[in-house]
Design a protein around this ligand. Structure first.
Ligand SMILES: [Zn+2]
Length: 364
């Protein structure tokens, strides 16, 4: 498993660099081709190509479809590997994209091998989809993910688990981004302040209002992450802008926040507001994963493994499939730590365990 992981990690695959990412796509396809799966490479113009693999070994027609979902792009620009090369030290495999989430792809490959070697007759067809743009919002893969999910009875997402115990992610917050632009009127701050409408003041008032929407115990967080406005001292600011990060654990709260955003009214006479954006991933509510998690726990128990769960504040492609009402279990990938940092690594001992867990889920 480590050797395959090394192969995948040593070909860097930054979401924004198509050529590099396509090379990694080729390497992953070559590895999977050894196991007789049907491979479709879905070519993309600006992003790396997506890989869809199908496996059906049962006799006759499958009684449904299981969907294994992940991404092979990483957040690291080309060249990162020189500073943080792939290496295995005291039971941990380090390198960019090991944990998030190339080890997940390796585990899926070995889960498939296990099913094949044990000649387990499957009830359902398995579709594996490895996308190239999850880390930048899944713009080119979203429709593919959604249409595959609609044909599936369950979705297993191989995003990293959480913490040393490898907790699965049975709920995830919905994630969004809104932009508020305030239009005011410029004027001389000294000679004619009464003729100005200060866009910065207006934006400050709106942010003050929005801040009160936060309800952390309920899983709602709203944060102005970027603000800008005005041109120079002595001039009443004509324009101001804020970028707001939006998170909610419940779909109903997501909709309420979007409604409130649209309903914002200016506080200062003469100011005008423009609001763009909103949620782009709905929450993965726990009810979407509860039954699959119980099943996973049962299977893990038979294997003598402990399996816990947690909520994640960040979104993944699992949010997209859960939002369609398809049962989704996320965080089934590697156990490790340090995603999106130079410390990124996976616990190698857990790789076969998690591969076995996935194999048993796919055999159900
Ligand atoms: Zn990821």
């Amino acid at each position: 498993m480590i050797e395959v992981l090394r192969r995948f990690v040593e070909i860097e695959s930054p979401s924004l660099e198509k050529q590099a990412t396509d090379r990694c796509c080729t390497a992953i396809a070559a590895e999977w081709a050894k196991y007789g799966v049907r491979i479709e490479r879905i070519s993309q113009k600006h992003r790396g190509d997506h890989l869809r693999m199908t496996w059906w070994a049962g006799g006759g027609r499958p009684r449904g479809q299981l969907f294994v979902l992940g991404h092979y792009d990483t957040v690291y620009a080309s060249g990162t590997l020189e500073r943080t090369p792939f290496c295995v030290r005291s039971g941990k495999a380090y390198g960019p994209g090991t944990f998030d989430m190339k080890a997940g792809i390796v585990q899926a490959l070995f889960a498939l091998q296990a099913l094949q070697r044990l000649q387990i007759s499957l009830r359902k067809r398995i579709v594996f989809l490895w996308t190239s743009d999850e880390e930048i919002g899944s713009g080119s893969s979203r429709r593919l993910i959604e249409s595959e999910a609609r044909r599936s009875d369950a979705v297993f997402v191989l995003e990293p688990s959480l913490g040393p115990r490898g907790l699965l992610k049975t709920s995830r917050k919905g994630v969004g981004e809104a932009e508020i632009i305030v239009h005011g009127r410029a004027s001389h701050a000294g000679l004619a302040p009464e003729e100005g409408v200060n866009a910065v003041h207006e934006l400050a008032a709106q942010i003050n209002r929005i801040e009160r929407w936060n309800d952390l115990p309920r899983g709602i967080s709203v944060n102005a992450d970027v603000v800008e406005g005005g041109t120079r001292a002595n001039v009443v600011a004509e324009r101001a802008r804020a970028v707001i990060d939006l998170r909610a654990l419940r779909a109903a709260d997501m909709r309420a926040i979007e409604r409130k955003l649209r309903a914002l009214k200016p506080v200062h006479r003469g100011a005008r507001l423009e609001v763009h954006g909103g949620f782009n991933r709905a929450p993965l509510e726990r009810k979407a994963s509860a039954a699959l998690f119980r099943l996973a726990q049962l299977l893990a128990d038979e294997m003598g493994l402990e399996l816990g769960e947690t909520m994640a504040g960040g979104g993944s492609d699992g949010n997209l499939t859960a939002a369609l009402g398809i049962p989704t279990l996320d965080g089934l990938g590697a156990v490790g730590d340090g995603a999106h940092s130079p410390r990124e690594h996976v616990i190698t001992r857990a790789m076969p365990e998690r591969a076995a867990l996935l194999a048993s889920l796919l055999a159900c």
